[in-house]
Structures are given as C-alpha cells and as structure tokens.
Design a protein around this ligand. Sequence first.
Ligand code: PLP
Length: 386
Amino acid sequence: MTELYYFDNSATTLKKPAAVAEAVYHAIADGQLGNPARGSHSASLNALRLTEALRRKTAVLFGGPDAANVAFTANATASLNLVLKGLLTPADHIITTVTEHNAVLRPLYQLEEQGASISFVGVDECGTLIYPDFSRLLRPDTRAVVVNHASNVTGNAADLEWIGSFCREHGLIFIVDASQSAGVLDIDMVKQHIDVLCFTGHKSLYGPQGTGGICLGDRPLAFVPVVTGGSGFHSFDKQYPKQMPTLFEAGTQNVHGLAGLSAGLDYIEQKGLAAISLQLKELTLRFHDQIKDIPGIILYGSFASDVARAPVVSLNLEGWDSGDLSDALFMDYGIAVRPGAHCAPLIHQAFGTEKTGMVRFSFSSFNTLEEIDYAAKSLRQLAEEG
Ligand SMILES: Cc1ncc(COP(=O)(O)O)c(C=O)c1O
C-alpha cells in the first residue's frame, strides 16, 4: 500500500502516542478494570481510581475549578447535547456564532422549534468574529452565549477572555465548544469566565474515539438530566441524581477508552501545551507560506502570526470542486484531507462556499516538516497541471 500522508487531524487524530494504545490494551488485557462507582471490590475501585485521576488531570488542563466538575461522555456532540438541552429552555434567547459546528447548531435548532430564539454573531472577510455583535444582539431574555473556541474551518480562535467578561457583565451563561482547541490552545476556565466547557477526546487530546466530556465552572447551574438510567446510587429514587459528575454519566462509562484518554493527557503534559501549540502554529504557517502564491489558490481565515489558531488551513483552487481536489490529492499523492462543508454550514455561507465546499488540511503534533513540504509541493503540482 502507498504511504498515507494524513492531514485530517481536525476530524480525528490518526497517529496517537504509543502509550495511548498501550493503555487501552492493558485496560482490557490486564482484566483489572470493572465498573466504576458500582461496587466496593477491587476491579470497581480500580476503575473508579482511574476515572477520578483523569477528572483531576482534565480539570488541571482546562483550569477548571474542581475535578468533581468534570464528567465524561462519548464525544463533544454528546456533551453539547447534554448541556444545551439540559440547561436551556424554550423561553431563552441564546447568542451564538456563525462559526459553530452542527454539534452546536442542531441542538439549538431543536430548541428553536420549541420556542427558543437564537441570534448569530457574524464574521468579517477573514473569518474573525465581529465582537460588537455580542452587545448588539443582547436582549433582556438572553440567557446564554455558546461559542466555538477554534473554528474547524478557518482554525481561527475566538477571544474567550473578552466574551467571558461580556457574559459576566450581563449575567449570561458562557458555554464553550473546545473540540478543536483542547490540547492545542491554552484554556483557563476561571480566567476566561467559562461556565461550561465541552470537549472531545479523540482529536488533539490524542485519546481514543468514543471519549469526551464536560467541565463545569464554579457557578451553580440548574441542569435537567437529559439521559437518565442507572447511577449506582439512590436507586430507589424515581428522579435521576443531579449532582456532578453523575448528572451526565448515566450508564456504564467507557473506562477502557478513558484509560487511553488519560495517556493522551499525559502526552500533552509531558510535551507541554505551550510547546505543542508553537509546533502546530509553525507547521500551519509553514504550509500557508509555501502555498499562498500558488496560482488560483483561495485561502480562508487569518494567517497573521499573532492570531491564536488551531492547525487548520482551508482552501480552494480556482476551477476545482473541493471533492475532486481532495480525491486527486489522495489518488495521486496519498494525501488525506477533508473536502465539503465540515458540518459548519454558516461559516461556509459567510465565505460563499456552500456550493464548492473547501479542502481542509489539518495537522497534529505527529506531522513532520517533511510531510508539510510534501503536501505543499503536491498541491502546487496539481494546480500547475490543472
Ligand atoms: C468545532 C467542532 N465542534 C464539535 C465537533 C464534534 O466533535 P465529535 O465528533 O467528537 O462529537 C467537531 C468535530 O469535528 C468540531 O470540529
């Protein structure tokens, strides 16, 4: 088989630290991990120790106020559904942005069908949020602001500290989708006034698929449990318990996956988030630098070196459909990228690319400079050959 040059890390990271695979293997092969918080025998306690340690590591990574405020879910989509449907009501007005993924938009549209209203902060021609929109859209019934930390289309990051301060000033709940930024950019829930952070485990946290979570800030929020069932305690109550982390963890946890996620977080800690962030920015800007003058290329978002970003470069080549271009990259060069709409319809509408889509290259800390140079050279060759 020809070598695969994988640049679809915003969808999921393909290469994981060896320790992640080993952790998942041992979680099963060693036969020591039972069902956490479901018994007092050693297997159940081992699983409980693992999940509690991971809550602590997660809270540290995100600057969360309390490890007990971290709950684990299957992915960011599950987290966002649990949070948005458990917290918001048909009486609420919600401010969100046109950079959101369908994991935010579709739950909000469901709430809209029930009577809630939604307003969208727009972007300028570089894909940067138009910050005055937040005040312009504010209404007396506004209850929450939901923001994508880093766009999965442009990679550009929102200024969470600014938006968090705006939310505090106006008594709004601040919910952040950190799917593309967790493990890439600094997140400090206290400093950035984040009330709810939703994350996924299988992208830049290098965990296995089927892992993710919710981290709550220090302000009490009244959630309705959306998924209910076994909790392991208060079994005779008809009502599902509302305390964290049980609130979001009905049923058996993916402990084997969480063992892998824990190793992913260790990798980030060992390498250092700041070093990873710098490396990813270097890869992104190097790629951008080498392709920006290819005849017919159209690039989306801001590549200014002082702009915080996730490692994403989305582009089009004049005369090419994004699906055809990504097929050619794969067939001729073994390059894996993601064409189309990236489940983010509104940002594509903002850029006028709803028909063509875009070709998205996205990098991980396992990509090398040589791979970046190969990708840039291949794209140039395709553009020149037409
Ligand atoms: C910005 C954003 N939000 C949410 C998601 C959903 O993540 P998951 O598929 O892990 O639930 C993605 C996935 O690509 C994303 O990019």
